[in-house]
Structure formats: C-alpha cells, structure tokens
Design a protein around this ligand. Sequence first.
Ligand SMILES: NC(=O)c1ccc[n+]([C@@H]2O[C@H](COP(=O)([O-])OP(=O)(O)OC[C@H]3O[C@@H](n4cnc5c(N)ncnc54)[C@H](OP(=O)(O)O)[C@@H]3O)[C@@H](O)[C@H]2O)c1
Length: 205
Amino acid sequence: MKITILGAGNVATALATRWKAAEHVVTIGVRNPASEKSQKAQAALPEIPFESMESAVVQADVIVIATPPDAVLELKDLLNAAADKIMIDTTNAVRVRPEPYPTAYHFIKAETKAQHVVKCFNSTGFENMANPVYHGEGIDMFCAGDDVEAKTVAKQLALDAGFSTCWDFGGGDKVELLEKFALSWINLAIMQGFGRDLAFKVVRR
Ligand SMILES: NC(=O)c1ccc[n+]([C@@H]2O[C@H](COP(=O)([O-])OP(=O)(O)OC[C@H]3O[C@@H](n4cnc5c(N)ncnc54)[C@H](OP(=O)(O)O)[C@@H]3O)[C@@H](O)[C@H]2O)c1
C-alpha cells in the first residue's frame, strides 16, 4: 500500500518503521522539514521520503493523521482534496480538540467530503507501536468508525505492524469511547506510574 503519514513525531516514526519493514511504500508529510521533530524523524528513517503535506497526500492510498488533533483545522482543505482516500486518525483529543468537535474523526467527517475515515493506532503508546511484541506475542489494536473499507485497511495495517489482532470497537458512535480507552492507557502508564511498557490484550473463553 502507498501510505502517507502526516506528522513526523513519535507515532509517525514508530508506524513508518513498522510499515516500511512490511514492505509498504511509506512517505511522510511535514509542515516544516527543518523542525526538531522532522529532523529527528529523518535521521531515524533514512530510507523514507519526507515531503510537504500537500505533495505527500497526492500519491497515497492511505493517509495517516499523526499530528495533534486540532491540526485538522489547518489541514481541512488538504484532507478535502484527498477525500476519496482512506484516512486513519491516530489522534487523541486529551489536551486540545478541534473545536467544536470532540475528536479529529468527527471534524473530518463533518467538515470534509472524506467518508473513508477510521480511528486506529491511538490506544497505546508509541513505544508499543514501535515494538508491539510482549513475551513473544503481539498485543491488541482497536479501531472504530462507520466505514467498512477504512476499517479493513486499518486492521490489515495493524497486523502488518506486528499487532496480533485489531478489534472492531464499533461505529462512529464508539470513537470517543476509543479515545477514552487511550486515556485509560495513559492513566495506567503515566498518571498511576506503571510505566509505558504496558499494553492491553483482550482474552476470551
Ligand atoms: N505519543 C504517543 O504515545 C501517542 C499514542 C497514541 C496516539 N497519539 C496521538 O498521535 C498524535 C501524534 O502524537 P506524537 O506523540 O507522535 O506527536 P509529536 O511527537 O508531538 O509530533 C507531532 C507532529 O505533528 C506535527 N504538527 C503539529 N502541529 C501541526 C499542525 N498544526 N499542522 C501540521 N503538522 C503539525 C509536528 O510538526 P512540527 O515538528 O512542525 O511541530 C510533528 O511532526 C497525537 O494526536 C497524539 O494524541 C500519541
């Protein structure tokens, strides 16, 4: 798949590394190639092209939004122009949100023509995206949204990144719950002090 990741921070670097290793064609779109984060990511990802966000989205089948959630306010025209593509929203509106919407997913659905939108890769720390294997087994990923095609792609990309499975958390009405689930990880890992080397795995019988 041709994947363009918007943003060059921790999440972008982790996912780009995994997907490149799985032989996807990955491009990173940045607003400022000279920023500290862009420079760090370029050093970590020497084989991956960095381009302007505008040019990076043109070639993509899949656009992964790995910026702060309110960045979609500025990316509205760009996302609208790419409305036929699959969009994976990794953001969590913990500190800021794209007002008046609760999440970036809701903003994109309401303010652009894009409909192939899914929330995924938001529910665990970037270290777990860089290495999703615990005790020889992949941890779980989760996705939510109303578009079946976008969910199918997100689930495949979760497997390709090394997660053992990607649970369907539900439709667009469960996107906020999935962000709260991410907040539950943040609560355990950071607020309760258990550390970022922990992950969720669903067990059944
Ligand atoms: N960190 C985690 O463990 C984690 C886990 C799950 C989900 N998330 C979510 O994933 C997203 C990215 O997190 P991160 O930790 O990778 O962030 P980060 O390391 O702070 O990187 C953010 C990236 O977004 C870019 N950016 C910021 N504002 C922008 C704007 N208005 N327009 C375009 N680009 C902009 C930054 O570019 P500059 O260099 O130009 O500032 C940078 O490349 C966040 O929404 C976060 O909630 C994070």
